[in-house]
Write a protein that binds this ligand. Sequence first.
Ligand SMILES: Cc1cc2nc3c(=O)[nH]c(=O)nc-3n(C[C@H](O)[C@H](O)[C@H](O)COP(=O)(O)OP(=O)(O)OC[C@H]3O[C@@H](n4cnc5c(N)ncnc54)[C@H](O)[C@@H]3O)c2cc1C
Length: 388
Amino acid sequence: MELTYTAEQRAFREEVRAWMAASVPAQPLQSFDCEEGFRQHRAWEANLNEGRWGMVTWPKELGGRGCDLIEWLIFEEEYYRAGAPARVNQNGIFLLGPTLMEFGTAAQQERFLPKMATGEEIWAQGWSEPNAGSDMAAIRCRAERKGDVYVINGQKTWSTRAVWADWLFGLFRSDPQSSRHHGLTFILLPLNSPGITVRPIPQLNGLPGFAEIFFDDVEVPVENVLGGEGMGWHVAMSTAGFERGLMLRSPARFQETARRLVQLYLANREQADLDPAIGEAVMRAWMDAEAYTLNTYMTASRLVKGGRIGPESSTNKIFWSELDQRMHETALSILGLRGELLPHAPDAGDVDHWLDGFLFAQAGPIYAGTNEIQRNIIAERMLGMPRA
Ligand SMILES: Cc1cc2nc3c(=O)[nH]c(=O)nc-3n(C[C@H](O)[C@H](O)[C@H](O)COP(=O)(O)OP(=O)(O)OC[C@H]3O[C@@H](n4cnc5c(N)ncnc54)[C@H](O)[C@@H]3O)c2cc1C
């Protein structure tokens, strides 16, 4: 592993930095878990795409820059450093996009990727069901083949931002005789199809960041299957690798949180140092964010040479989600009682969005597969322990 950047990589960093400095909105956008915020974030995606920064790893003909994963990490570092908006189409560009490149037909890639890149079509993920969360192989939502359509019936839940998203990628049981991982099919469908009801679920902060989705004889053309009928589990495992591994949560996000945490500590040091554990927690957070970054560079270097990520995406997922929780807990310890104030409260001072971040960090060990399940995967596939 080479720990210095090449001249090209340094020039690339400068280019990203300059574009971000000129383009990142001066005022933060509203939360993308509310309708106006969602619209604002969609407009930002279009803006990014115009600068060809939407997804730098995509091929040039799809609006990308053909960058490798090291350049992508550099892009992410500059993105977070600039305080750029969160990516409202993360399900599309980080999860479905790479899956389409691996399993999609040329026609599917041509149809879906460009509109994903512009933010014209925002994607939601439809995997979880009321009785199929950790145990995703228990999926029951049916897709019955009738001529050249699938007819879908059943329910999905916890679908992030499906209230405003345009399309859904989901896993459905296409073979009624099948069980567990067999007989599942990965299907792409528009959320405005007749027979679909999307019902918002409010989050802890009251915003409708989730939805449950009901399917009542929804017809989807067979050409919307990704990877072939019955191949759903295989395709979904590839998507999950992108989700837990490098793409969904790059180290830059945690480096930036660690940097803000150090600033918060320094600004409140007199009070914070009354509890020596706080200074230590800040230092640990910084070191852990750096360690995660270096580890990711190591993985990326391997992948650039043609390797695959495999079960280590589970160790990554546990590490970043628990680090995020610790960093936000430390920030709230520094802020003390003020930590419970909203950023616009009269005495808020430097409380910023730490409380919101703390609430969201609680979800980290749950989404993208719970940490308990990741520990099972590590035990079985990395340590060779017997199945639980
Ligand atoms: C912020 C957020 C966003 C999400 N977005 C989406 C989305 O867009 N699309 C989507 O489809 N889903 C989404 N989800 C749902 C998420 O994938 C599920 O919540 C998750 O898979 C857990 O499933 P569950 O909630 O049904 O919990 P359960 O599976 O009921 O688990 C309950 C508890 O039991 C533990 N447990 C279960 N089985 C085992 C086992 N075998 N060994 C050890 N422990 C076990 C779990 O770890 C957990 O602690 C999201 C969730 C969150 C929090």
